[in-house]
Design a protein. Structure first.
Length: 467
């Protein structure tokens, strides 16, 4: 519409030239407007059917009722001259405060064991039973903190059991050399099982580190990150893909492991440079037609690469598309809603949190368009740091069409085993907040929103209320 109006403004003389050109311009404009409306209608109708259902769903209104956060910078600490000399600059922003392991407000980001939640902590109080507390310590059925960082969830259709795989990091954090990033030796991939996504039973380390052979990819001195498992119904195998690296992140490869059983043991097959490129943060996505894809940060994290896996899911096909070129995104998490593909990514700032972005595409191979920051609630610092966390996976929220669970990691680089999980409701619906350039200002994609909650529960779970 704006485009049409501008045309008139720029060329007022042509209107005076002849009555015929005036009529044809007006007719042309009306026709154009009609076309644009039809075009935008098509999309908005598609989107609104589900959005309308969703928006009027009382459960969704509860999930969208975000909480505000009011964390303030602590007053300046009294510091000894020696401390000032050692570390002259004191934190001046909330993010620096978050990264400062001696911060007076550290308990706000990393609440201690007293506030832990989980099946053993709960006294059958319906105000907390089955409630998620993003950022608090989450205990398994034995009362131990869950170790499944950078993880992902597989839903086993046959047994109706969820399996949560992630980095088992229950070891000391150290730096392998002065400039090396904080690390924990590989212990392996942890696996937890659950029927309700809240009560998690530790199924043990399903892919273990190699203790002695230093040339092995899984030697404990190396790096194993972001394991994801998908099921191949043709071969009846569970296939795990993961980021494999050395301590300096120069190997930059993907690794593949396989198992007959979701709870392992997984047999490690090999690592490779997919399509001949470096590969760091990655994930796999299995589409409804059973085609699976590998998505990885490549070319020194400047671009994401995406390509289909072979039918048995054990390798990539020689087909690859470069997406979000030059945007420096990592931690990809892909999901699909009503024939549109969505992705959440983070920026590349090491263990420090940064702003998430949502992206959408009509085809998984792209082109992908960036929608903007999906985070809603908390406060502006929370929103610009993905609630002090980083995306790892998105799964459907059981029982609510168009709703998902956004899984993220709140990394604790001072003690990586104590990194926390943030699970939050993610909803696809409503108009995008940032109109895109080439669709005449009409929102073509639905908004993707991740809602901050200090406490919430799944609508399907028992208990009195949704907090
Ligand atoms: C909670 O309820 C379950 C089943 O109703 C029961 O088996 C369990 O012992 C209860 N736990 C506590 C701590 O009361
Ligand atoms: C990592 O880099 C450091 C410093 O450059 C070097 O001493 C060390 O050998 C490297 N380690 C590996 C596994 O490449």
């Amino acid at each position: 519409m704006r485009m049409v109006k501008n045309k008139h403004n720029k060329k007022p003389t042509s209107l005076r030239c002849s009555p015929f050109s005036l009529v044809s311009t007006v007719v042309g404009c009306v026709f154009m407007i009609h076309l644009i409306m039809l075009y935008s209608r098509k999309y908005s109708v598609d989107l609104e059917v589900s959005s309308q259902l969703l928006i009027h769903h009382p459960i969704v209104r509860e999930l969208e009722r975000v909480e505000e956060e009011n964390i303030h910078m602590p007053p300046p600490r009294k510091r000894s001259p020696r401390a000032i000399k050692r570390k002259p600059k004191r934190p001046t922003t909330l993010v620096e405060e978050f990264l400062d392991e001696n911060s007076q407000i550290r308990h706000l980001f990393f609440p201690d064991m007293k506030s832990a939640f989980g099946p053993t902590k709960d006294d059958n109080d319906s105000d907390t039973l089955h409630h998620f507390f993003p950022g608090r310590i989450w205990l398994d059925t034995e009362g131990n903190p869950i170790q499944a960082h950078g993880g992902g969830i597989l839903y086993d259709e046959r047994s109706k059991i969820y399996y949560w795989y992630g980095e088992y990091k229950d070891g000391p954090t150290y730096h392998s050399h002065k400039k090396g990033p904080a690390r924990v030796d590989i212990i392996g991939v942890g696996c937890y099982s659950s029927k309700d996504l809240w009560t998690w039973k530790n199924e043990g380390v399903v892919l273990a580190a190699e203790e002695t052979d230093e040339t092995h990819d899984l030697h404990k001195s190396n790096v194993l990150e972001r394991p994801k498992v998908i099921y191949n119904s043709d071969t009846d195998k569970y296939v795990m893909w993961m980021h494999i690296d050395d301590a300096n992140y120069t190997k930059a490869s993907v690794g593949v492991a396989i198992s007959d059983n979701p709870i392992g043991p997984f047999v490690y097959l090999y690592s490779k440079s997919p399509h001949g490129f470096d590969s760091r943060d990655m994930t796999v996505f299995k589409d409804e037609d059973n085609t699976a894809y590998l998505i990885y940060s490549s070319e020194d994290n400047s671009v994401l690469h995406i390509g289909p896996l072979t039918e048995n899911y054990l390798d990539v096909k020689p087909v690859m598309k470069r997406i979000m070129v030059g945007q420096h995104r990592e931690a990809p998490a892909i999901f699909k809603h009503e024939n549109t593909y969505y992705m959440i990514t983070s920026g590349c700032t090491g263990w420090a949190p940064n702003e998430a972005l949502a992206h959408a595409a009509e085809s998984v191979m792209g082109p992908w368009e960036t929608l903007g920051n999906p985070c809603v609630g908390g406060n502006s610092v929370f929103r610009s740091t993905t609630f002090f966390a980083q995306s790892t996976h998105v799964i459907p929220l059981p029982g609510v069409h168009g709703a998902f669970i956004f899984m993220a990691d709140r990394w604790n680089p001072a003690d990586l085993r104590d990194s926390r999980y943030l699970w939050l409701p993610l909803i696809v619906g409503g108009p995008a907040d940032k109109p895109l350039e080439f669709n005449f200002g009409f929102p073509m994609w639905s908004r993707v929103s991740v809602y901050w909650h200090r406490q919430w529960r799944l609508p399907s779970a028992g208990g009195k209320k949704i907090a």
